[in-house]
Design a protein around this ligand. Sequence first.
Ligand SMILES: Cc1cc2nc3c(=O)[nH]c(=O)nc-3n(C[C@H](O)[C@H](O)[C@H](O)COP(=O)(O)OP(=O)(O)OC[C@H]3O[C@@H](n4cnc5c(N)ncnc54)[C@H](O)[C@@H]3O)c2cc1C
Length: 381
Amino acid sequence: MPYQFKLDPVVLPPESEDLRCEVREFLDQHLTAASPVERCRTWFGFDPQFSRKLGERGWIGMTWPKRYGGHERPASDRYVVIEEMLAAGAPVAAHWIADRQSGPVLLEYGTDTAREIFLPGMAKGEIFFCIGMSEPQAGSDLAAIQTSAVRSDGGWIVNGSKLWTTGVMEAHQMIALVRTSPAGVSRHDGLSQLIIDLSTAGVSRRPIRDHQGEEHFGEVHLQDVFVSDAMVVGELGNGWAQVNAELAYERSGPERYLSSYRVFEELAASARGGEDVVLTVAIGEMMARLWALRQMSLSVADGVARGMNPVVEAAIVKDLGATLEQDMPMLAQIYANQPLACPSSLNAMTDYLLRFSPIFSLRGGTREILRGIIAREMGLR
Ligand SMILES: Cc1cc2nc3c(=O)[nH]c(=O)nc-3n(C[C@H](O)[C@H](O)[C@H](O)COP(=O)(O)OP(=O)(O)OC[C@H]3O[C@@H](n4cnc5c(N)ncnc54)[C@H](O)[C@@H]3O)c2cc1C
């Protein structure tokens, strides 16, 4: 039977569109100091004070229950806030992973203790999380992780290393995938998720500098780190299913097609007037791709909010989105040095994004891995 794509059209309700105006006003007031290039960092721009302001506004943990510091607002409101933040290039990195992923994971699988300790602080923009999946010997092949947790009195003793961990130097906690028992019939058996306090004895971390000198990720070494039972996330041994469900949050949001939006907007502004027909057509084509991806992403967000797990659809959004995000600075490159209407910042933004954009098809799962998932779920391999 052919694969049935679940990408139903979604229209945002008028209340969410009203919220959009409010968010734009807020951003106009608070983003005055950021340079055009700084704004190109989008969800890698780290500013804890900005995160705290968003927390005060009620724009973190928007859909979470009030008893955990959330605001019980519809997923469409959250989508609008995220979309506007990214389109403006707001520095959302500090709270990004907690809001997008770790908070929802704790709501779904965490113990009451963990929810009570972390969720209110996350929603205030004060507690930051990171994702500890990849390891030196296990990137794409996640089931090959070697970090292990061994039973101890009242908890677990963890040993191992995590690599490429976004935001690890600033994060307070990490949700780590670890092996709590040997692989069984499947390599996916025996994996579990634990919350590791990064200030605990035995944790050491080091930033990794990327090819343009930025240190947005790092490595963590865990030596005899104690984690209490209350910090186990979900059922022991169910880690594989949990991380796969989590990846649907990670792969389909507006951050998967808006990472280069700043340069695209600048290019479109430069081309206003339409004298350059070739450029106008190219911008129109790119806008059509952007809009189609936005509709797909909205459908996935709607599916996740309704308790579905649209893994294939999310992988498609991520793969097509990364391609679009890489094509945008490539198009800008053709025009960056030409006398367009307002090219001053276009050159710098293009230069930055051309160097930054190769990571877009690596972070969150590489292109080949995503295509493998799509092919497998469609019964093609
Ligand atoms: C900016 C950035 C941020 C990141 N943040 C985090 C984070 O916060 N937490 C975290 O846990 N990880 C994070 N990662 C890690 C990222 O998810 C991994 O880099 C990714 O899973 C690839 O792993 P690897 O680097 O070990 O490459 P490998 O797995 O060694 O892959 C190398 C190449 O081989 C290809 N390949 C591998 N296996 C196959 C296969 N079976 N079929 C076809 N091709 C294959 C890959 O597509 C890739 O091109 C981040 C990475 C980047 C670049």
